[in-house]
Write a protein that binds this ligand. Structure first.
Ligand code: F6P
Length: 534
């Protein structure tokens, strides 16, 4: 019997056992918590028991995880459909690291480029690089997907470290995004970063041209207030950005894995090189843990295995990411790209259909806001949604420590409520205490029952710092990798985004009046509607 089958059998055998029962083992919380430095991942509030864990770990071993991990860190071309190495880890490797691709050490160039980006950021922060009207007060990063979500998420997360110019992010081709951000900015004191790995993405290039036009109204040499981050230096030159303002990276850094290098320029400008280096240190600490820790004590591995258990074994199709940290408000969106663009694939590395479900739908919002919105479904809906809570032991506002206590109490209360639930008897007692009786008591009580037994994990850390954030982001990157290896997926291509891009290119002229007769009836009608009203 395969390990997958044994896992499924084990799950079926214990499907009726309440998770709460597992806590009869007084050591459970400790035994089902993984540590990485001061960070803890508690997965004890799931139905995984010691046997299930052994099987899950065996699954990872059997999938060749150790070899795959070694291959990635060594620069092997594991992104087979694009013939590329996968070396986002090189971006935070130690100062003496040597990493070879095609026999050449890639680290000297990477370090030189990082040093240039750091120097540029520091010059800007210190007012040594200015705009036509003086020191730069605002930076607008134009990018989308991996060229936006990572730096935007990190910039927001590290607000307590902001001591440079204000950094804004424009991603959507919807003119509203650009218009709303530019409103109120002084073009003479604004710097625009065009961040695009390929420098061909239509949204980014359209926004970049609009920003250049906006600047050109007031600024004599708008190119002097532009910088670019890209792998395509020929295209950045064509756009008119001077080579000394272009920060490059190699094609073996995937867009959604690129925040650690020059794509993080906006973050470097916001928080400075020193704090950015701490962000890299945190990621490197997680890399080291990922390489060294035995699988059952390995945080990314166990996070991935908990995910496999819930999605592929228990059949829960979605996972909620619930940071009890307002500054991680963009983490769910960031993870949607990281996880769903990486592991949302129906064909395995071998070119065959997957035998199992691909990665789950990832969604979420910060707590406590979500509690007053969608938690209703999480607690009482018919579908089970595994929840992933994130919480810092302390906040950044010492004067508002009572806020943080309330935040933490809510986070712990939610995972406790999901675990325990409320029985019909308890609900009846509550209704009786309110003076209800007879059929009305029964009816009202049923609405107040919580099935409980709903799984969650809690990732807990001392405080959201650049270092901790580096750990968190690297943790999720490696989680995706482990899940991809176990499912046999190439986590580093994204062919599924292409068709829509091609069709959008063809539809542009159609909206302007070109022949729509080859389109399906629905698309034709929608085109007509727009043409009639645009
Ligand atoms: O369309 C998807 C995608 O290719 C993402 O993978 C990428 O992060 C994003 O577009 C932006 O790409 P680029 O950085 O090349 O503009």
């Amino acid at each position: 019997m395969s390990i997958w089958d044994r896992l499924a059998e084990h799950q079926r055998a214990y499907a009726e056992r309440p998770i709460l029962e597992l806590f009869a083992d007084a050591g459970r919380a400790n035994a089902f918590t993984v540590a990485a430095g001061e960070m803890r991942l508690d997965y004890s509030k799931t139905s995984i028991d010691a046997d299930a864990r052994d099987l899950l770990v065996a699954l990872a071993e059997g999938a060749g995880l150790a070899d795959a991990r070694a291959a990635m860190f060594a620069g092997a071309k594991i992104n087979e459909t694009e013939g590329r190495a996968v070396l986002h880890v090189a971006q935070r490797a130690g100062e003496d690291a040597v990493i070879e691709v095609d026999g050449a050490d890639v680290m000297p160039e990477l370090r030189a480029e990082r040093a240039r980006a750091f120097a540029f950021a520091e010059d800007l922060r210190a007012g040594r690089i200015t705009g036509q009207g003086g020191a730069i007060t605002d930076v607008v990063n134009i990018g989308i997907g991996g060229s936006d979500l990572g730096p935007a998420m990190v910039t927001l997360a590290l607000a307590p470290w902001h001591d440079g110019p204000r950094v804004h992010y424009v991603s959507n081709v919807d003119g509203a995004h650009m218009a709303d951000v530019l409103k109120g900015l002084d073009p003479e004191r604004t710097l625009v970063i065009v961040a695009s790995k390929t420098f061909t993405t239509i949204e980014t290039m359209t926004n970049a041209r609009t920003a250049r036009d906006w600047m050109a109204v007031k600024v004599r040499d708008p190119g002097a207030q532009f910088a670019a981050v890209s792998t395509a230096r020929d295209k950045t030159a064509e756009f008119g950005i001077a080579p000394e303002r272009v920060f490059g990276f190699a094609d073996w850094v995937g867009g959604r894995y690129s925040v650690w290098g020059p794509i993080g320029l906006g973050v470097m400008i916001a928080i400075g090189a020193e704090a950015f280096a701490q962000f890299l240190d945190g990621a490197r600490a997680m890399d080291t843990h990922f390489i060294d820790a035995p699988l059952a004590q390995n945080m990314p591995v166990m996070l991935a295995l908990v995910g496999i258990w819930h999605n592929q074994i228990c059949g829960h199709a979605t996972r909620a990411v619930l940071p009890y940290d307002q500054r991680l408000a963009r983490l769910p969106a960031y993870l949607q790209q990281l996880e769903m663009e990486s592991n949302g694939k129906r064909v395995g590395m071998d070119g065959r259909d997957l035998e199992r479900q691909s990665g789950p739908v990832v969604w979420g919002e910060p707590g406590t806001n979500g509690q007053h919105a969608f938690y209703q479904l999480i607690h009482q809906g018919t579908r089970v949604v595994p929840c992933e809570f994130l919480l810092a032991a302390r906040g950044h506002e010492p004067d508002l420590a009572h806020h943080h206590r309330l935040l933490a109490a809510n986070c712990l209360a939610q995972s406790e409520a999901l675990l325990r639930g409320r029985t019909l008897e308890e609900a009846r007692a509550l209704m009786a205490a309110k003076g209800l009786s007879g059929p009305e008591l029964d009816r009202q009580a049923r609405h107040r029952v919580f099935p409980g037994n709903r799984p969650s994990t809690t990732l807990i850390y001392p405080q959201l710092t650049p270092f901790t954030l580096g750990q968190i982001v690297a943790l999720y990157e490696h989680r995706v990798f482990v899940e991809g290896v176990i499912l046999g997926i190439n986590s580093f291509d994204q062919w599924g985004v292409e068709l829509g891009k091609e069709l959008a290119t063809a539809l542009g002229p159609v909206l302007e009046g070109a022949d729509a007769s080859a389109k399906d009836g629905s698309t034709r009608a929608l085109v007509e509607y727009i043409r009639a009203r645009a």
